[in-house]
Design a protein around this ligand. Structure first.
Ligand SMILES: O=C(O)CCC(=O)C(=O)O
Length: 300
């Protein structure tokens, strides 16, 4: 089966885009084993971290909210399918507490399961940013390749992203894809130290590295991998693991949220915490895109 990935159609399960993300469920009781696995793989995939019923309840609440805001859900179909209503737009939901902090949504994003997990993973108390990146991604949309450091790298060196789909997501709907190896292969070192140390607000860049996703793996190595996510599944990774999403080619909204966790004792990036997090500064100039061509491959 072919899926759209960046600028190209690729065969799912091929060397260009594999489906071999391994889960770490057998390690969940052992913080050190999970940290070792993270150091090795650059991600941790957890199947059923959350009770699927809790996730599906939150999904229902989000879909209802989306429809109330912009009538963007086709109500002639079951609401739970979140079919896109014509050419409507979804409401802005990132950082909007009316929905990100709704009790049903918080039960997932800020619930006991995820806090207990991170306390064990860090082996010390954790905290999560108040700002939550809740997304409804429409037809033909997806996320370009980037390191998260460039958006939120001013605080803890142990900051992690956790990506939570609200409902089952297949790669045709837009799943997270990891460029496995981008966190530790020597060929990526220069990239991690240059683009990977930039800051969208300070440097006024576009943030993402490139939309030509396959060019990165062809140039630097590593392997793009994704999977189908069932309700309750999550994936987490550090600030220097390159990732993107597959493109949503369906007629359904892809609903997911990325949130951040770190040890509570570490410094915190001040843009993402508090009652009204300040977020990114508006770009005054045309943002500079990063180009893969800017950087010669180091080792091949
Ligand atoms: O959901 C997406 O499309 C992108 C998510 C992402 O980039 C992240 O979790 O850091």
């Amino acid at each position: 089966m072919k899926v759209t990935f960046g600028q190209t159609q690729v065969e799912l399960g091929s060397p260009q885009l594999g489906t071999n993300l391994r889960d770490c469920n057998a390690l969940l009781r052992d913080g050190q084993a999970m940290r070792d696995r993270m150091a090795e793989d650059g991600y941790l995939l957890i199947r059923q971290l959350h009770d699927p019923k809790v996730v599906l309840k939150a999904r229902q609440t989000i879909i209802q909210h989306m429809h109330e805001q912009t009538q963007c859900v086709d109500t002639t179909q079951p609401m739970t399918d979140a079919i896109i209503n014509g050419d409507t737009k979804p409401p802005q939901m990132m950082g909007l507490k009316d929905i990100t902090h709704h009790p049903d949504v918080r039960a997932v994003l800020d619930g006991k399961c995820v806090h207990d997990f991170f306390d064990r993973y860090f082996d010390e108390p954790s905290l999560t940013f108040d700002y939550k990146w809740l997304r409804a991604v429409g037809h033909n949309a997806g996320t370009a390749a980037h390191y998260d450091f460039v958006y939120m790298g001013r605080g803890s060196e142990r900051l992690h992203t956790i990506w939570t789909p609200f409902g089952k997501l297949t790669p045709e709907q837009g799943t997270l894809a990891m460029l496995v190896g981008s966190h530790n292969l020597p060929a990526f070192e220069k990239l991690r130290q240059t683009y990977g140390k930039s800051d969208v607000d300070r440097d006024k860049t576009a943030g993402h590295f490139t939309t030509d996703l396959l060019k990165i793996s062809e140039t630097y190595g590593g392997q793009w991998q994704t999977t189908t996510f069932e309700p309750g599944d999550v994936i987490l990774f550090g600030m220097h693991a390159m990732h993107a999403s597959t493109t949503n080619t369906t007629n359904r909204w892809r609903i997911s949220c990325d949130t951040r966790f770190q040890p509570a004792a570490d410094p915190v990036d001040e843009r993402w915490i508090g009652d009204k997090p300040i977020g990114h500064s508006p770009m005054s100039d045309t943002p500079k895109p990063w180009q893969v061509e800017k950087l010669a491959p180091t080792q091949r």
